[in-house]
Design a protein around this ligand. Structure first.
Ligand SMILES: [Zn+2]
Length: 241
């Protein structure tokens, strides 16, 4: 299956947190969308393997993803090695996405930092004709980055996710073992991801990004290269406030 968009994260829920709204917007526009998590997140404080698998299936279902993959990278040790590059190149060549998304190259979690660098490198290498693999060469037309949590730098573009905000929250709530408040007493230690402040921060980030383009909720992105705009009027339908 050829995809229009493929997003890469290090752990299940990375792509949902950073661009879950954008994934929903893309599906509403009838694009074929895939998400690839490099690891199964086995180092997470909460949730058994089978529990997390079910949560992932539920989130993928709400997102109506065309493809959901989990590779066998080691959680906490996602590294840019020859072997790992081959695995990501295989995925890019197999699904032939027009656009690839992954993390910015300035993050706190080393896995996030490495997946951003690794996927950008593989997006280029996948197009090299003489690099052999089971699939034909393919180079995505664009590579976009999402921030780990807060957009510290001014984004290059913001996707309006106001219409799908409630659905994005439903997607995040699918990851019950990771984000749901309620089992703190029986499951110490309490993590930031299970706190009320975490959900407030998720909303604050979306409101901040949305305010940059004059809408209620947005998701920020970065592009290493200038964007090709065919219709400047069409992308300026909202007046800046
Ligand atoms: Zn992560």
């Amino acid at each position: 299956m050829k995809l229009d968009v493929m997003a890469f994260g290090a752990h299940p829920d990375d792509c949902e947190l950073s661009m879950g709204g954008t994934l929903l917007v893309l599906k509403n526009l009838s694009y074929r969308v895939g998400v690839c998590d490099l690891s199964s997140g086995e180092l997470g404080t909460y949730g058994s393997g089978s529990e997390r698998k079910k949560e992932l299936e539920r989130a993928s279902e709400i997102l109506s993803l065309d493809v959901r993959l989990t590779l066998d990278f080691v959680d906490g040790n996602v590294r840019n090695t020859d072997e790992n590059r081959k695995k990501v190149i295989q995925v890019i060549r197999k699904y032939r996405p027009t656009i690839v998304f992954s993390f910015v190259d300035d993050t706190r979690h080393p896995d996030h930092l490495n997946v951003g660098k690794l996927v950008k490198e593989c997006s280029f290498l996948a197009g090299l004709k003489k690099l052999n693999s089971d699939f034909l060469p393919h180079r995505p037309a664009a590579f976009f980055r999402f921030p780990e949590l807060i957009p510290w730098e001014k984004p290059d573009f913001v996707v309006d996710i106001s219409d799908v905000w409630d659905k994005k929250l439903a997607v995040l709530r699918s990851f019950e073992s990771q984000f749901t408040i309620g089992h703190e007493e029986t499951e110490p230690p309490q993590t930031f991801l299970k706190s009320k402040e975490f959900w407030e921060l998720i909303e604050a980030k979306a409101r901040l990004a949305g305010s940059m383009i004059g809408v209620r909720y947005g998701e920020p992105f970065y592009s290493d290269r200038p964007l090709r705009i065919l219709d400047p009027v069409a992308i300026s339908s909202k007046e800046f406030i």
